[in-house]
Ligand binder design. Structure first.
Ligand code: IMP
Ligand code: MG
Length: 185
């Protein structure tokens, strides 16, 4: 496919293969299943980047799982967070007394997730935890408690498996490092 090869031409390298992702997501699902035994989970996916991770993760969890989604303002075509977060699409469900598990694609500065935790905590859930596919601790500006982290990665700008740059590359089945010339030009 011509378009697929164009997309991979924009990559420096593959960071996480399909097999690595599948294996780690299965382990995360097993850990969540054990930790939440006897409870119902309300999973909140942070749109849009978390949708593929979440789709695979819920199928690796052997417990009742309800899903909801929230969309927050991203930084458009920039590659770092401004710290100004806005809710673009709020939850459909009332989360009061629910066991909320927030599902993120990647935690970078931590500003987005910090805002989300504070906002959702005020709605009185029974518990609230964070599950992220990846974490870039080198770029953290604020302390955030991560209950489940799939991969700790260096300060790369990564795409694929749901993550985009300017709405492109989400459909790559693996995680790749974007060539800096793509976002610097
Ligand atoms: P933070 O507020 O700086 O932690 O940014 C978190 C959000 O920025 C993530 O949910 C992603 O949507 C986006 N983001 C951060 N790093 C990357 C990356 O390397 N690739 C794609 N999106 C990213
Ligand atoms: Mg995101």
């Amino acid at each position: 496919m011509k378009n697929m090869s164009n997309m991979t031409d924009d990559l420096e390298k593959i960071l996480l293969t399909e097999a690595q992702l599948a294996d780690q997501v299965k382990k995360m699902g097993a850990a969540i299943t054990a930790d939440y035994a006897g409870k119902e989970i309300l999973m909140i996916g942070v749109l849009r980047g978390a949708f593929i991770f979440m789709a695979d993760l819920i199928r690796a969890i052997n417990l009742p799982v309800a899903v909801d989604f929230i969309a927050l303002s991203s930084y458009g075509a920039a590659t770092s967070s401004s710290g100004v977060v806005r809710i673009l699409k709020d939850l459909e469900e009332n989360i009061e007394n629910k066991h909320v598990l927030i599902v993120e694609d990647i935690i970078d500065s931590g500003l987005t997730i910090k805002y989300l935790i504070e906002n959702l905590s005020s709605r009185k859930p029974a518990s609230i935890k964070i599950c992220t596919l990846m974490s870039k601790p080198d770029r953290r500006n604020v302390e955030v408690p991560i209950a489940y982290n799939g991969f700790t990665i260096p300060d790369y700008f990564v795409v694929g498996y749901g993550l985009d740059y300017a709405e492109k590359y989400r459909n790559l089945p693996f995680i790749g490092v974007l060539k800096s010339e793509i976002y610097e030009r």
